[in-house]
Design a protein around this ligand. Structure first.
Ligand SMILES: [Ca+2]
Ligand SMILES: [Ca+2]
Length: 392
């Protein structure tokens, strides 16, 4: 019978002071326009006592009573939004002081990540200008992060650039987006499986040219500490790449150009991080994408064909659509990979786009200081557009 009066009674028979916890759950702001409703089933409010390790779990917020102490709180639940499937949400609030007769806490929930693994943490594709105002190439970079809580290996991860651009759409046939992404550049992290360990929360910096660019251009960055660079053996004498022998090169699987790969600096292309599941020769033989479309222009109607490669959706770790507001037409990948898009420029040929990147938001920081990045497969929400580059 004593159990029934605990919520109003701190001094319990075991002489442990208990605290009533009043929980306010905030639903994700970016889902509010879908009028979400929190479902009663599947709710888990879990409180882990930091000093004892003891975990207390509740299925509702009524009558949460905990022994006084310092706690980490984890929450999981589901939303119905009427229009789509159930949406899983989570919240995490570390180091809560649960002391006194009652404590109010607020849990800010977020849409649960689709999965946890490697993600793009930052994409820097706009480049920089020289002090004379000329475009300077070679300091593009990607940062990829182990966004899980386990040691992961980056061997065989590929960075891909989309075949198509988000600012122009023809009726490409066959439309393979439900199975694969048409790609134009595929570069792979070398390794036999366990050569490139990445700890939880750590990142790899992958640069076009891994040198200290500040020596040539004060506006550029020091990328000499990159983990990898992509090197192209250019067939055009006037356009040559630079190979820093101290920084390992990505394995070049395929690129549309015989000169050098420069990520689209106006921001029209999308990028994928995928795990290559076959060897290079088999990929180049078995993953060709041939397509046709009809260009309808004021000057006439032109049947066209093209050829490139495709990256299966099943191999994808993370995809980031990029575009610009003034010219956006379509998303280049299946919505299961990315329902949104991020940007640096709002208009085409934006002269202010240089020296800016797109960076993934931090969803939360664990008590141990581990940053968990936001990954809801919606780059419109997950990224900070036109951000200050981390390497600046
Ligand atoms: Ca390069
Ligand atoms: Ca090198």
């Amino acid at each position: 019978m004593l159990l029934l009066v605990w919520p109003g009674c701190r001094n319990t028979p075991d002489n442990i002071n208990r605290t009533a916890v009043i929980v306010t759950l905030k639903l994700p702001e970016n889902l509010m326009n879908a009028n979400p409703v929190l479902l009663n089933e599947g709710l888990v409010y879990s409180f882990k006592n930091i000093s004892t390790g003891q975990v207390f779990t509740f299925a509702e917020t009524k009558a949460i009573l905990l022994p006084e102490g310092l706690y980490d709180c984890f929450f999981e639940g589901w939303l119905s939004s009427g229009t789509s499937d159930k949406i899983k949400i989570k919240a995490y609030a570390p180091s809560l002081q649960i002391l006194g007769s009652s404590v109010s806490i607020e849990l800010k929930s977020f849409k649960a990540p689709a999965k946890s693994g490697f993600v793009f943490e930052e994409l820097f594709f706009t480049g920089v200008l020289t002090p004379q105002g000329k475009q300077y190439h070679g300091c593009s970079y990607f940062k990829i992060r182990n966004n899980s809580d386990k040691l992961l290996y980056a061997d065989s991860l590929v960075i891909c650039e989309s075949r198509f651009i988000s600012t122009q759409k023809w009726d490409y046939q066959p439309d393979i987006r439900s199975q694969a992404m048409p790609v134009f550049a595929v570069y792979m992290i070398p390794g036999k499986g366990k050569d490139v360990p990445v700890k939880p929360g750590e990142s790899l910096l992958i640069a076009d040219i891994a040198i200290d660019h500040r020596k040539a251009n004060l506006n550029a960055y020091n990328l000499s500490g990159a983990n990898f660079e992509w090197f192209d053996n250019s067939s055009r004498p006037s356009i040559q790449d630079t190979d820093n022998p101290l920084v390992p090169n990505l394995d070049k699987i395929y690129c549309y150009t015989l000169s050098i790969w420069v990520p689209h600096n106006r921001g029209f292309r999308s990028y994928a991080l995928a795990r290559m599941k076959t060897d290079k020769d088999s990929y180049l033989r078995d993953y060709i994408y041939e397509y046709s479309y009809v260009m309808k222009l004021p000057s006439g109607v032109f049947p066209m064909t093209g050829k490139g490669y495709k990256m299966p959706n099943a191999w994808m770790e993370d995809v980031v659509n990029c575009s610009i507001e003034s010219d956006y037409v379509w998303n280049l990948v299946d919505p299961s990979l990315d329902t949104g898009w991020t940007y640096v420029s709002k208009i085409d040929h934006d002269k202010t786009r240089y020296n800016k990147s797109v960076r993934r938001k931090i969803a939360y920081v664990t008590r141990e200081g581990l940053e968990i990045l936001q990954d809801t497969n919606n780059s419109s929400d997950d990224f900070i557009p036109a951000a200050q580059p981390s390497m600046k």
